[in-house]
Design a protein around this ligand. Structure first.
Ligand SMILES: Nc1ncnc2c1ncn2[C@@H]1O[C@H](COP(=O)(O)OP(=O)(O)OP(=O)(O)O)[C@@H](O)[C@H]1O
Length: 489
């Protein structure tokens, strides 16, 4: 292995933010042709390390970083949906000929070459927004290759930060195929993911970060062993016991429509955790938003806690007042206020509970409540006055869930609540959902994580083409059956 060229060499890489060291003396080599997995709990320093590689952060003095050319593909892909594939790939560097005219035919041929390399058979003039999520991920890969070609490097580094988060199974397979081909051609690949099964399947070696230390670089380890290395302790059971729902329905939904969803009816009793599954765009992912007024419903009625109303009249503010809380998937844009502190984010919907004389916020009480939630949800760092944007993705998610729990919602509607969340935090989030259900709330869970649905839900509604086509009851719920129902045409 030693004779293979090192594409990335790190030695003594540390990073300190405001006196807190979040990376300690990381030393690591990645070679041409190698796919290296990078794993670690939320807040362990993965993003910070990658941001140092991309030049976004400078490391603490004394670090050595040797890297020729690199391209970075982030989870949100950073594509412009309204622009064509060609424009996305060649943005800001069109090949110009005589008189600065863009040579469109040369551009198309060039872009076509990169698309072929990632196995994507679409016309360069197709709008990116019209492509499937898998195709968009492959366009992002093609753009990475185009960027690298500009540098002329024969052994580039490609860094992928949770690229499979939004991909269906066949998309993951296609992406992995492309990555393997690229590695065979001499690229080095760093693959950051919370999905240990995928990391094990794809990667030659796995680097494990824990609390800013690179604690191990291993190959051929079981998922359990990788988890133990990540957490620094043996793994506990991921899924809590879920309560048995009782009593009359707390929530009845009749003919709910809106967005891609048509005519959904169901009832939920207090303590019930109900799942919604399907492929992107099948309607399963509309439910949390329509029921909390975050997206306007086109029709349908909702009976909730003794009141009946037209779904179309629901607005976020009235939903919060009624006790309907939404945890959206896109937390960066819709779920939080990144510039506000952890405390401010946490008490935003419940602020009136901390005010005296309808105006003055009792700051001591507010701080105490926020701190209690930070402790309860094991948010890292255990501080309430840090701006939310400085927390790692998984810890931001814990803060947002803690925010809604503070108001003791009667219905908790969640879309991909464990997106980007590590196994330890996942366990905590599930335990909190189970506690909320045990306290009598209804939990509605829209997610692509079939394993989670199978373990947590009393029933899962499966969607195709905007409609609920099947309801699988707890006794028949397995991840395999769910996947079959979701992918069956
Ligand atoms: N700009 C910043 N200022 C202050 N602290 C920061 C900043 N960026 C990151 N941190 C802190 O550095 C630590 C490591 O965060 P990082 O985002 O690298 O973790 P991560 O492993 O990528 O987590 P996740 O899996 O949740 O994305 C965290 O405690 C985070 O709060």
């Amino acid at each position: 292995m030693d004779e293979v060229e090192a594409v990335l060499e790190l030695a003594g890489v540390s990073k300190t933010f405001d006196g807190v060291r979040v990376l300690h003396d990381v030393t690591l080599t990645v070679r041409a042709g190698e796919i290296l997995g990078l794993i670690g709990e939320n807040g362990s320093g993965k993003s910070t390390l990658i941001k140092i590689l991309s030049g976004y952060h400078s490391p603490d003095p004394g670090a050595r970083i040797e890297l020729d050319a690199a391209s970075f593909i982030h989870q949100d892909l950073a594509l412009v949906p309204s622009m064509t594939v060609l424009e996305n790939l060649r943005i800001a560097r069109f090949d110009t000929g005589f008189g600065w005219r863009i040579r469109w035919s040369a551009e198309r041929a060039r872009v076509g070459r990169f698309l072929k390399q990632v196995g994507l058979d679409v016309h360069p003039d197709t709008r990116v927004g019209d492509l499937s999520v898998t195709e968009q991920a492959l366009v992002a890969m093609a753009r990475g290759l185009a960027d690298i070609e500009e540098t002329g490097s024969s052994h580039p580094l490609l860094v992928l930060d949770e690229p499979t988060a939004y991909l269906p199974n066949d998309g993951v397979r296609r992406l992995f195929g492309v990555l393997r081909d690229l590695a065979a051609d001499g690229a080095a690949i760093v693959f950051v993911s919370h999905r240990l099964d995928e990391v094990r399947e794809l990667c030659d070696r796995v680097a494990v970060l824990r609390g800013g230390d690179l604690v191990a670089v291993v190959s051929d380890q079981s998922e359990k062993e990788l988890l133990r290395l990540m957490l620094g302790r043996p793994v506990e059971e991921l899924y809590p016991d879920t309560p048995s729902p009782e009593g009359e329905p707390l929530l009845s939904v009749d003919g709910l429509s809106g967005g891609t969803l048509a005519d959904l009816s169901f009832t939920a009793r207090p303590g019930e955790i109900i799942g919604f599954a399907g492929l992107p765009g099948s309607g399963y992912d509309e439910v949390p938003y329509l029921l909390t007024g975050a997206r306007p419903a086109g029709g349908g009625r909702v009976r909730f806690d003794g009141q009946e109303l037209a779904a179309a009249t629901l607005r976020p503010r009235s939903a919060i007042r009624l006790g309907l809380a939404l945890l959206p998937a896109d937390r960066a844009h819709t779920g939080c206020a990144p510039a506000l502190t952890v405390r401010e984010n946490m008490t935003l919907p419940t602020l009136p509970a901390f005010t005296r004389f309808r105006a003055v916020v009792n700051q001591r009480r507010e701080r105490r409540a926020a701190l209690e939630q930070v402790e309860r949800f094991a948010v890292v760092p255990r501080r309430t006055e840090t701006a939310l944007r400085y927390l790692s993705g998984g810890n931001q998610q814990k803060v947002l869930l803690a925010k809604w729990m503070l108001g003791q919602p009667k219905v908790l509607a969640l879309h991909e609540p464990t997106q980007g969340v590590d196994v330890g935090a996942k366990r905590e989030i599930f335990a909190h959902l189970s506690d909320a259900a045990a306290a009598g709330a209804v939990v509605l869970l829209s997610t692509v994580e079939h394993e989670d649905l199978a373990h947590l839900c009393s029933r899962v509604h499966v969607f195709h083409g905007g409609r609920c086509r099947r309801v699988i009851e707890q006794a028949d719920l397995t991840p395999g059956r769910l996947a079959e129902a979701v992918y069956a045409s």
